[in-house]
Design a protein around this ligand. Structure first.
Ligand code: 3PG
Length: 212
């Protein structure tokens, strides 16, 4: 078990963020850290992702900054060179997973099926992302999948909100939940960092209440 995964579990919530402009990275990092949630999955969906990771990782050395939506080995390499401490992908990309495992980079690939869980097991992964969580059957599906795979833990992402996060977090096979609700793209670009900080505080309080 890596320190990164331990930290995910401890924090319980991983904000998934989309930055259109790297100039927002520092304020976003500050808002999340000030809100008590020093973690971000910066998605490689925009050209600003790499530079945003670089800024957040250097300005907030204690923050757990990683890359999401990593679809290629090249993106994984660029993310890690920029300071990403973990890699997340929406699906199971064996090349990306192999690269990360071979290089000791914590990786959480997305899965939806028993076959994909077994692919993750082949690489020795204990925690997988379940994506897109709500659309793919939500907690009911995770509970069904968890049956045979007794040592596998899940990080559901996609459709998670403050409203349904408690249900997920109450189930012992949920490692952490991920979601964009804490730092919404529009709030980031509009500079609503106080709101993001409050959302982070709210998420932290929620996790504390469920996992005291
Ligand atoms: C992801 O990027 O992993 C998800 O799209 C986040 O989903 P959400 O916006 O529903 O939280």
């Amino acid at each position: 078990m890596t320190d990164v995964l331990q930290k995910f579990h401890e924090l319980g919530v991983v904000p998934v963020v989309v930055l259109d402009d790297a100039k927002d990275a520092e304020a976003l990092g500050k808002a999340l850290c000030d809100g008590g949630l020093p973690v971000a999955e910066v998605t490689f969906r925009t050209a600003a992702a790499e530079e945003s990771i670089r800024i957040m990782a250097s300005k907030f050395p204690d923050m757990l900054v990683g890359a999401g939506t990593v679809l290629t080995v090249d993106q994984a390499k660029r993310a890690v060179a920029a300071g990403a401490k973990f890699i997340v992908s929406p699906g199971f990309n064996a090349k990306v997973v192999k690269y990360c495992v071979d290089n000791g980079i914590p990786v959480t690939p997305g899965i939806q099926t028993p076959t994909e869980i077994e692919m993750a097991l082949e690489f020795g992964l204990k925690v997988v992302k379940f994506f897109p969580a709500e659309a793919a059957g939500g907690l009911k599906m995770i509970k069904a999948l968890a049956g045979p795979y007794v040592n596998t833990y899940f990080m559901p992402t996609g459709g998670i909100s403050l409203k349904n996060a408690p249900d997920y977090l109450s189930y012992e096979k949920i490692w952490a939940v991920g979601g964009s609700w804490i730092a919404k793209k529009d709030d980031i670009s509009a500079g609503n960092f106080e709101k993001i900080k409050l959302n982070a505080e709210e998420a932290v309080a929620l996790v504390k209440a469920i996992r005291p």
